[in-house]
Design a binder for this molecule. Structure first.
Ligand SMILES: NC(=O)c1ccc[n+]([C@@H]2O[C@H](COP(=O)([O-])OP(=O)(O)OC[C@H]3O[C@@H](n4cnc5c(N)ncnc54)[C@H](OP(=O)(O)O)[C@@H]3O)[C@@H](O)[C@H]2O)c1
Length: 259
């Protein structure tokens, strides 16, 4: 097998939470180009359907599951819909997360804290519990959790430390599940993006150009990432190209965390 063949995902099915827009959509594109069939989870049916039609054009089977994974019950229900499709899941990308609320940590209401921890952390746990049992039985599979550089550093100039906390814990979940599941053939890794120019971030930086200038000045490469720059790392971690790698977090941040 040639080296590039190791990156192929032909005949494998990948579930991507939040695969309809943003970084999840970019990873869906990359996985489909590498040969994977897809199951995309998202809340809004219209954007899911648009993504489905675009990705089907690449010649892959693409199913969409409307669902909200922000609560444990919602995540379980979405996973049940995935399991009802009766397609063995080979790759799980736990991508849903985000929603930084810019409040001082000392004033964060516990209910809001819990909600955001569930969105960023518990959703990945529940989806892994529900969708990886088949992988463990078959002795093969790959999980990729999307954390953030905020999982290892506190981002300057913004508050809402539920985000740092949840993403840090997701990194810890990645390492510990990787250790537990390595003997059973399932690898668990993470990607920690820096700041990427997704549509919401473009809007946000458009409204706050000073923040954008300050932010970019902290990036050694002097720019933010384009969503498609995340895709190749997702393919690497999902495929046999990373067959001897588990429990790592690959940082994709233009060097942000170096300074
Ligand atoms: N963008 C960045 O610069 C950046 C940096 C570091 C880390 N990250 C992380 O990367 C991940 C993706 O971020 P993104 O910026 O691509 O987000 P995004 O542009 O807001 O896209 C989020 C995707 O997830 C879906 N989604 C959101 N909430 C959901 C829910 N509760 N249940 C099911 N689907 C849901 C959205 O579709 P619907 O709205 O239709 O549900 C959409 O497909 C997050 O974990 C984020 O923390 C992003």
């Amino acid at each position: 097998m040639g080296v590039l063949d190791r990156f192929r995902l032909d005949g494998r099915t990948a579930v991507i939470t939040g695969g309809s827009r943003g970084l999840g959509r970019a990873m869906a594109q990359a996985l489909a180009e590498a040969g994977a069939d897809l199951i995309l989870i998202g809340r809004e049916e219209e954007t899911l359907e648009t993504a489905r039609q675009e990705l089907v054009a690449l010649g892959r089977k693409v199913a969409v599951v409307p669902g909200d994974v922000s609560t444990p019950a919602g995540a379980e229900a979405a996973c049940r819909q995935v399991l009802d499709l009766n397609r063995p899941v080979d790759v799980l990308i736990n991508n849903v997360g985000g929603r930084r609320v810019d409040v001082p940590t000392e004033d964060t209401p516990i209910a809001q804290w819990q909600e955001l921890i569930d969105l960023n952390l518990t959703s990945a746990l529940v989806c892994s519990q529900q969708l990886c049992k088949g992988m463990l039985e078959r002795g093969r599979g790959a999980v990729v959790n999307v954390t953030s550089i905020a999982g290892s550093i506190a981002i300057k100039g913004i508050r809402g430390r539920h985000y740092e906390t949840a993403k840090g814990a997701l990194g810890a979940l990645t390492r510990s599940l990787a250790a537990d599941w390595a003997p059973r053939g399932v690898r668990v890794n993470a990607i920690a993006p820096g700041v990427f120019l997704t549509a919401p971030n473009r809007r946000w930086f458009g409204e706050k150009p000073d923040f954008q200038t300050a932010f970019v000045s902290n990036v050694p490469m002097g720019r933010m990432g384009e969503p498609e720059e995340l895709g190749p790392t997702a393919v690497f971690l999902a495929s046999d190209a990373s067959s001897y790698i588990t429990g790592v977090t690959v940082v994709v941040d233009g060097g942000y965390t170096l300074w």
